[in-house]
Design a binder for this molecule. Structure first.
Ligand SMILES: Cc1cc2nc3c(=O)[nH]c(=O)nc-3n(C[C@H](O)[C@H](O)[C@H](O)COP(=O)(O)OP(=O)(O)OC[C@H]3O[C@@H](n4cnc5c(N)ncnc54)[C@H](O)[C@@H]3O)c2cc1C
Length: 329
């Protein structure tokens, strides 16, 4: 494989937007991701004839930089405005707060799918080790693929990035390591249910309850991404997610169904159900800057939603900041 200027680990939103900026600046870029598709935690799954978003559910836009990208995605049809506020109670209509909530057409992966064709991306490629090679980097996958580059951008959740560097005996400075080790994430167990019958969710088909055991319940059919089947997504909070983390799959599904049941009509039935564990769902301790450029090593940047700002927008802005930092180097 030819040596590229930049190897980006992760084809989530931070890796893809960084790639876009770096490629436009004239660098050759290789992206690798362990997933079967692009998008990372902006994930959509098929069940029967339907689709369900089981990671990120929507995103907001606050910064003018991210807005420029989102306006373009809305214009090209990969993104639409789903709501401008959520209800926190099944019997109360959503409060409109003026902030648009966007979602991907046919699912949250839409944005990444629209960006991906511009790049050289190797999917189903799980890296197991990254080592320093001369004044650059060498990454090795579990299938034995080898990638060499002058610069490296790591966008997986930070504990996973650190594990890759540790396998290759890369020594970060004490200061960099201790800053990165402070970052922490909460988990989320997500359920996806194919429901036949009425699901009583307020407009526009979702319930957001930050202080409840089941923080989020949404109807993907009413969202508009699953016209042929009513698939409902349920997210458990951190405490519930840990409680059921190691339980057999059927028990996880039962536990998540307990959150959905009060919203179902008595004659509604479940045709199929799945559960998914996100170990690094959302950051709860963030690094204060948008990126971290490692000291005393060949160019190496860390990016993702744990850098200064969480969620999709934070990840996007972090990827762009990391690209700027590498261009400067
Ligand atoms: C359940 C859940 C609900 C959420 N809800 C919302 C929401 O409603 N709104 C919102 O804005 N945000 C939400 N988020 C957060 C949002 O999804 C993330 O902030 C954002 O998608 C992170 O993007 P990223 O590029 O930083 O990381 P990721 O999307 O995680 O991308 C990192 C990529 O690295 C890859 N990778 C990891 N290790 C390796 C390896 N060894 N080799 C190769 N590739 C590797 C992964 O496969 C992944 O694709 C939610 C997340 C979850 C899990």
């Amino acid at each position: 494989m030819t040596k590229k200027d930049i190897l980006i680990v992760g084809a989530g939103i931070s890796g893809l937007l960084a790639a876009d900026k770096l490629q436009k600046a004239g660098f050759t870029v290789q992206i690798v991701d362990k997933g079967r598709g692009v998008g990372g935690r902006m994930a959509t799954r098929r069940i029967g004839p339907g689709r369900a978003d089981h990671g990120a559910q929507f995103f907001t836009v606050r910064s003018p930089i991210f807005k420029e990208y989102v306006d373009q995605w809305v214009a090209d049809g990969s993104v639409f405005q789903w709501a401008s506020g959520w209800s926190h109670d099944p019997n109360t209509p959503a409060k409109q707060d003026g902030y648009p909530r966007y979602a991907g057409k046919n699912g949250m992966t839409a944005v990444s799918k629209a960006l991906a064709p511009r790049f050289d991306i190797q999917l189903t490629c799980k890296l197991t080790q990254i080592e320093q090679k001369g004044d650059g980097w060498m990454a090795i996958s579990e299938n034995g693929d080898v990638f060499e580059s002058s610069n490296l951008l790591l966008t997986p959740p930070v504990p996973q990035s650190l594990a890759l560097l540790d396998s290759g005996k890369v020594s970060l400075t004490e200061t960099d390591r201790s800053a990165l080790e402070k970052i922490a994430y909460s988990p989320c167990v997500a359920g996806m249910f194919w429901v036949d019958g009425k699901v009583n969710l307020p407009e526009p088909g979702a319930l957001q309850r930050p202080d409840h055991t089941f923080t989020w319940i949404a109807n993907n059919q009413r969202k508009g991404i699953s016209p042929d089947a009513q698939l409902v997504t349920v997210h458990a909070n951190e405490a519930k997610s840990w409680e059921i983390w190691d339980a057999p799959q059927e028990e996880k599904i039962e536990a998540l169904l307990a959150g959905l049941r009060p919203l179902l009509d008595s004659d509604a039935t479940i045709k199929e159900a799945q559960a998914h564990r996100w170990r690094y769902a959302q950051p709860k301790v963030l690094h204060p800057e948008r990126t971290l450029l490692a000291s005393n090593l060949p160019p190496l940047a860390f990016a993702g939603d744990a850098f200064q700002e969480a969620r999709v927008e934070g990840a996007a802005l972090s990827g762009l900041a990391a690209a700027d930092a590498l261009i400067k180097e």
